[in-house]
Design a protein around this ligand. Structure first.
Ligand code: S3P
Length: 156
């Protein structure tokens, strides 16, 4: 599997789609799997059930996807916080799509579809997660100033 990880706004979904098309592989966005199965949006799940319930569902979906057919997979920005997910990523081609905090804010700031953006400690979460992404990724790509097409090309 090629697995794209990184903070919200790093381009995982856009790049993942392009890359999957170029490679002739299916593209799986784990947030889409969760919301399709659940029938609610991510903010609805966070509001009604809480973040932990979302993370439980997310971890289970990722385990299933990683055990499935070869694909390009995009993980939600918080998914690698789970040790089980980090362990399951071993042996896969994990790519960290890295963007500066300022760039992520520019791309997705204020998006109501992303409940984590409302967290007052968002900058600290961003910083803490960089180490987590680095610990699972075999490749890292800086995305500031690069188009999704350029990034996908680079990853081929
Ligand atoms: C989250 C990122 C989102 C989604 C959820 C939580 C996070 O995915 O899983 O809103 O904790 O960073 P994207 O990284 O695709 O926006």
């Amino acid at each position: 599997m090629i697995v794209l990880v990184g903070f919200m706004g790093g381009g995982k979904t856009t790049v993942g789609r392009l890359l999957a098309t170029r490679l002739g592989l299916p593209f799986v966005d784990t947030d889409d799997v969760i919301t399709t199965r659940d029938g609610r949006t991510v903010p609805e799940i966070f509001a009604a059930d809480g973040e932990t319930a979302f993370r439980d569902h997310e971890e289970a979906v990722i385990a299933e996807v990683l055990a499935g057919p070869e694909s390009v997979v995009s993980l939600g920005g918080g998914a690698c916080g789970r040790v089980g997910t980090r362990e399951r990523l071993a042996g896969h081609d994990v790519v960290h799509l890295r963007a500066s905090f300022a760039e992520t804010q520019r791309r997705i700031g204020g998006d109501p579809g992303r409940p984590m953006l409302a967290r007052p400690d968002l900058a600290e979460i961003y910083t803490a997660r960089q180490e987590v992404y680095a610990s699972v990724a075999g490749r890292v790509l800086d995305t500031d100033g690069r188009s999704a097409a350029e990034i996908a090309e680079f990853l081929l």
